[in-house]
Design a protein around this ligand. Sequence first.
Ligand SMILES: Nc1ncnc2c1ncn2[C@@H]1O[C@H](COP(=O)(O)OP(=O)(O)OP(=O)(O)O)[C@@H](O)[C@H]1O
Length: 223
Amino acid sequence: MIKIENLSHAYAKQRVLDDVNLHILKNERCALVGRNGAGKSTMIHTMLGLIPLQVGSITLGGISNKKQDWKKVVSYLPEKFNLYPHLTGEENIRFFASLASKKLDEESIDEKLKLVSLHEARKDQITTYSKGMLQRLGLAIMLYYDSDIIILDEPTSGLDPVGRKEILAIIKSLTNKTIMMASHHLNEIEEVCTHVAYLEKGKITKYSIEEFLSVDLKERQQA
Ligand SMILES: Nc1ncnc2c1ncn2[C@@H]1O[C@H](COP(=O)(O)OP(=O)(O)OP(=O)(O)O)[C@@H](O)[C@H]1O
């Protein structure tokens, strides 16, 4: 589903990604792990075409990321995103849904709001929402696009334990999606991910979650 081959990226003289190869198969949930500055954002942004591809190739759902079509198979939820504060939860999802298609799929909007437990609060202005509710609304908007591949950048960043648990439960329920999720939290990786892509010194090693949890603790603490 996600195929990265011989990907290298450098800023000025600093080589951040060095001949990276990574295959994420259908319905795998793969954490992207690495210390601050390891190159996680560089990799995600290159995959999404937000920064130009220097060396290598990336295919998403079988489509080269050089073509525009790949956008139909991938949804991305950045760590920080902007919603419209003067609108309700439902109006926000409707607004973003209208960017995807002219005819709104009301049933799907309803279903996504239920999935993220915001159906009751859908008519409330989002200025009254907690951080966790806003993050769940972001997930609902992203899920409206119904892409096979989902890329999440630190989806529980800044949330309290309850908010974190709610987000993780939603991600875990997405069993028919292929997910790549940048994360620094070993407990959440253990809870929701099937695999780990460990980025260190420009190289990636992919582990099954069981393998990753059994590798040297010192190595894991660097995540
Ligand atoms: N636009 C840029 N110009 C120059 N150097 C950059 C640029 N963006 C990132 N870097 C450098 O590239 C390296 C990798 O950065 P990147 O943001 O990809 O890492 P990261 O793993 O996402 O880090 P974090 O966990 O802190 O978000 C860092 O040393 C960073 O300073």
